[in-house]
Design a protein around this ligand. Structure first.
Ligand code: ADP
Ligand code: MG
Length: 695
């Protein structure tokens, strides 16, 4: 339960005096729903009103504060004409200007002869200095009311800086005295203020240095945010490993025998990963492990061998894929290996008929089926296993964190071991924030050595030549992908573009061309894919449905049309569909001119490197963390204060300290525990709190 002292902060925004339902709605996307979200909305700039020249000296374009005398009112004579107020100081005249002004209001505010303080941006019109719509006007005797430094907040349509400011100030009064959770020595070493001071400081920036990320108050809050995140992840891992799991032991000679049956030699990296994972499965604690490897590094076969390890130990297994296309690809890959080894394997997809489904369910229930492959739908249904020991989840970043957790907490006294696989190389920084201290196995080499995929970029006007160049595919027995983009907003138009491209390729290459996109029913799609993979069709025109996982080793050419519309990691994933055999592969990026700066950078990066990790780091810089992790689908935490590009050292520190805090049981009781809970509540880590309270 949330401590009572924080109630006020977690009320909806419209409980503040200055915010009604309409304003609340406007703020929803920019800021969030609750009072505290506005507190985390930090200023991005600061206006300095300390520049107080006389009128003659004042430089055009700057924000100034003047001490003036009101001389004369010149009300507007016609609509659209401004209302002017002549003023002066000892050096010169100046006009204050309003459009659509209310005369009585201005006459009361600015009586003739009155000494006033005016602040605003200085302008020059026909040799006279002026301020249009001054920001502040006070009688001279109230000059103290003028804020010297005024924070500037990110805004949204219909919400002014003043409104945000007023409400932030109200909230600052609502914050209770927060007990310190950080170690005294840490605060001293880093020179950090208390939480209450820090949050006040960041909303009262003295100058532009206070806005920068290395301002001490900001650093402290960023650290707190990261610490809350890391404690939460650390608790989840701890909770996981506390759980009694299956100790899955198999005899290693049978795995060796299966390895010898493979049509290729495993890479050293693959071997090491298989060993690491099966070792971990053997332990009595529950396993939660991530298998990470760039596209084409050969994760599927590693997964297969670990599945065999579990089956060998008489455990049932599930293999979960993000799409039906991938599920059936895995099924096709594993089918033969399984049947040779007398292992039963079935697949459930949307098209599986009910009678067949029922049969599979009953086989799972009575233990007659070793491995079932499916999409996440597999787990939403009431599937009961006799003895589920091991679950592999492919391309896990496509599934949400919560989906994963609910899946794994389902079922049973003895939950299964879990292996997550991802092809998206995750920069170390994100790895920590997304997975905390989860164990990771990495495939660091590719099966065919480092396959440099020759990557070129050309304006889309070269499309005719490109079509012609595909002839080479026929000479060297290769296959080609031609990818057309699909963005949701104009799905129809884009689909038409893919269909047009299909037709223009068909004009030249006739029946050798196939078309695949998301609108085609999945059953049909699978047919097309397998025609491309196993048959002798040479060219596949596709939307991004082929982005993830598809494996056709003969494919050596990748054409990406409108490459400027794709993100960097997405381009890397698409390119990873080729370069999957010893044959030389190439990738051509066709782009629409003129190229924006970021698009240009993406294309350059892709041409410069084939290294997924370098690309992921670059992507992180270009797009920010949320996008890479696919925040929207996956529910990953985006940080409100911390910035993963600039605060990496803080993240490392938070990771270290969080592990210490959790492993030393500092959260389990005593006053420190209460303080840490406060931290977790403040940064909305309710999930972690639940673990704590469940014991
Ligand atoms: P990904 O890691 O992208 O999921 P896959 O598991 O689809 O990669 O493997 C890519 C291709 O490489 C597949 O065709 C697979 O059969 C092949 N492959 C995997 N391991 C090896 C290996 N050690 N030697 C040769 N080919 C391999
Ligand atoms: Mg894969």
């Amino acid at each position: 339960m949330r401590p009572e002292t924080l109630y006020q902060l977690f009320k909806p925004l419209d409980t503040l005096k200055g915010i009604g339902p309409r304003l609340k709605n406007k703020l929803k996307y920019l800021i969030g729903e609750n009072v505290i979200d506005l507190l985390w909305h930090l200023p991005t700039d600061v206006i300095n009103r300390a520049y107080c020249p006389n009128v003659v000296e004042a430089e055009k374009g700057r924000i100034v504060t003047f001490n003036l005398i009101v001389n004369k009112h010149l009300p507007s004579r016609r609509k659209n004409m401004p209302y002017k107020v002549h003023c002066s100081d000892e050096t010169s005249d100046i006009d204050l200007i309003w459009f659509n002004a209310r005369r009585d209001y201005l006459e009361e505010l600015l009586p003739i002869g009155k000494e006033i303080i005016v602040s605003g941006k200085i302008d020059v019109y026909k040799n006279t200095k002026q301020i249009i719509h001054p920001d502040y006007i006070f009688p001279a005797e109230e000059s103290k009311k003028l804020p010297k430094f005024e924070p500037v907040y990110r805004l949204t349509q219909g919400v002014s800086n003043k409104v945000i400011r007023r409400n932030v100030l109200e909230i600052l009064n609502l914050i209770p005295d927060i007990q310190e959770w950080n170690d005294k020595n840490l605060l001293k070493k880093m020179n950090w203020p208390s939480f209450n001071e820090a949050i006040k400081n960041v909303h009262y920036p003295g100058d532009s240095l206070d806005i920068s990320h290395d301002n001490l108050s900001r650093q402290r809050l960023a650290y707190d945010e990261l610490l809350a995140n890391q404690i939460s992840l650390s608790l989840i891992s701890k909770n996981f490993s506390k759980i009694q799991g299956h100790s899955i032991k198999s005899n290693s000679s049978s795995i060796s025998r299966i390895i010898n049956q493979l049509p290729f030699e495993l890479t050293n990296s693959q071997k090491m990963c298989v060993d690491e994972i099966t070792d971990d499965m053997t332990q009595p604690e529950r396993m939660l492990r991530l298998l990470q490897g760039d596209v084409g590094s050969g994760k599927t076969i590693v997964a297969f061998l670990t599945l065999m390890h579990a089956v060998n130990a008489k455990k049932q297994c599930a293999f979960m894929a993000p799409t039906e296309l991938l599920a059936s690809q895995h099924y096709e890959t594993l089918k033969n290996y399984c049947s040779v080894n007398d292992v039963s394997l079935k697949i459930i997809t949307g098209k599986t008929r009910n009678a067949e489904k029922e049969e599979i369910y009953s086989e799972l229930r009575n233990g007659n089926l070793d491995i079932v492959i499916g999409t996440h739908a597999l787990f939403q249904e009431k599937v009961v296993f006799k003895d589920l020991g091991f679950v592999v989840i492919d391309e896990q970043h496509r599934f949400g964190v919560h989906q994963r957790l609910s899946l794994t907490s389902k079922n049973q006294k003895k939950p299964p071991d879990i292996l997550l696989m991802t092809a998206t190389p995750i920069p170390r920084t994100l790895e920590l924030t997304a997975y905390g201290s989860m164990s990771v196995s990495k495939i660091v080499e590719k099966p065919h050595g480092i396959q440099i995929i020759e990557t070129a970029a050309k304006p889309i006007t070269n499309v005719g030549k490109t079509i012609k160049s595909l002839e080479k595919i026929f000479k060297n027995n290769g296959k080609a992908y031609w990818v057309c983009p699909l963005i949701e907003e104009s799905e129809k138009i884009d689909l038409a573009a893919a269909e047009d491209r299909y037709l223009s390729l068909k004009d030249v290459y006739g029946d050798n061309v196939l078309l695949i996109h998301g609108r085609i029913p999945s059953e049909e799609r699978e047919k097309i894919m397998s025609e491309f993979k196993f048959g002798n069709k040479r060219i596949l025109v596709a939307t991004t449905v082929i982005e993830v996982g598809i494996d056709v080793p003969e494919a050596t050419v990748m054409i990406i049309e409108h490459a400027e519309r794709f993100g960097l990691s997405q381009l890397h994933q698409l390119r990873g569909r080729v370069g999957r055999s010893i044959n030389k592969s190439s990738c051509l990026l066709l782009y629409q001119t003129p190229l924006g700066i970021n698009a240009k950078k993406r294309i350059e990066t892709l041409r410069e490197t084939n290294d997924g990790f370098v690309i992921a780091e670059e992507d992180l810089i270009l797009r920010g963390a949320g996008e890479i992790l696919g925040t929207r689908q996956s529910g990953f935490h985006i940080f409100k204060i911390a910035n993963l590009n600039t605060d990496r050292n803080l993240l490392e520190l938070a990771n270290k300290n969080a592990n210490y805090i959790v492993s030393k049981g500092l959260l389990d009781g005593g006053s420190s525990a209460e303080n840490f809970k406060l931290l977790l509540h403040l940064f909305n880590q309710d999930r972690a709190i639940k673990y704590l309270e469940a014991g």
